[in-house]
Ligand binder design. Structure first.
Ligand code: ATP
Length: 254
């Protein structure tokens, strides 16, 4: 499993420096949180890493590759999956169908086998469905597999999006505010689910999240950003003691 190295990452929008030579590392199997006030640059990191934004400078090494020059599909093929701040599900599709969409990347039957519905394609399809049911089971969604996404509770949809990301069998998972909008009582449960999946699958996870209780209870490492720069990193205990963090973020939020 490769580690993630973000090195001197820069992103500018006209005169705004969204990311200002940002560097941090995520070890194999580590759950690393990126926190900071609104506009600190957290989503911009994800957008640069996944090829949605073109960084103005720096490198993002994952294993032996620099992800920055790659188009989004090649970043996904390199083993990086993400979820979005706002749900990106198809409301008319069922939970299972939405989750299956995350797996087609790994479907190796090939275009002709698929078009002609050859046995190879049918085998690949069966294996994908098996994998989807395993993921749904793991996320407590099995009973809802055939329900359309539209109308399901927000927490269920958040878990569906997580399930879809896992279908790509990622080695690195980027979670953008997975707990945003969740009822207070469901936040801790989602945190435990995320930490459990990371540990079970040996996944590296980068978590952007404003729920400090969740961040501090499940992260092994916390990187604090402000104005596109890293102002501190360490264990949850270390960052909560850092005066600059207290001034820039935790103090402001308290
Ligand atoms: N597409 C864009 N065009 C112009 N400016 C942008 C764009 N995306 C982000 N920015 C700016 O870049 C900076 C970082 O924004 P970003 O969304 O990465 O912050 P964030 O830490 O994710 O904030 P939040 O916690 O509110 O989601 C902000 O000043 C923002 O206004």
């Amino acid at each position: 499993m490769p580690k993630l190295i973000v090195e001197d990452l820069e992103l500018r929008f006209g005169g705004v420096r969204a990311l200002d030579r940002l560097s941090f590392e995520v070890e194999e199997g580590q759950l690393c949180a990126l926190v900071g006030p609104n506009g600190a640059g957290k989503s911009s990191v994800f957008n640069c890493v996944t090829g949605l934004y073109r960084a103005s400078g720096g490198r993002v090494l994952f294993g032996d590759r620099d992800l920055l020059p790659l188009p989004a599909h090649a970043v996904a093929a390199a083993g990086v999956a993400r979820t979005f701040q706002n749900l990106a599900l198809f409301p008319r599709l069922t939970v299972l169908e939405n989750v299956l969409l995350g797996g087609h990347l790994n479907e190796r039957a090939g275009a002709w086998a698929c078009a002609l519905h050859l046995p190879r394609h049918r085998r690949a399809e069966r294996s994908l469905r098996r994998q989807a049911h395993e993921v749904l089971d793991r996320l407590g969604l099995a009973a809802l597999a055939d329900r359309p996404a539209a109308g399901l509770p927000y927490g269920t949809l958040k878990r569906t999006e997580l399930a879809r990301a896992l279908m790509a069998r990622p080695r690195l998972l980027l979670l953008d505010e997975p707990a945003a909008g969740l009822p207070h009582g469901e936040v801790a449960e989602l945190g435990e689910l995320i930490a459990g999946i990371g540990a079970d699958l040996g996944l590296s996870i980068v978590l952007v999240e404003h729920h400090m209780g969740m961040v501090m209870s499940i992260s092994q490492k916390v990187v604090v950003l402000n104005l596109g720069r890293r102002i501190c990193e360490g264990t949850p205990e270390e960052v909560t003691r850092d005066p600059e963090v207290i001034a820039a973020y935790l103090g402001a939020a308290a």
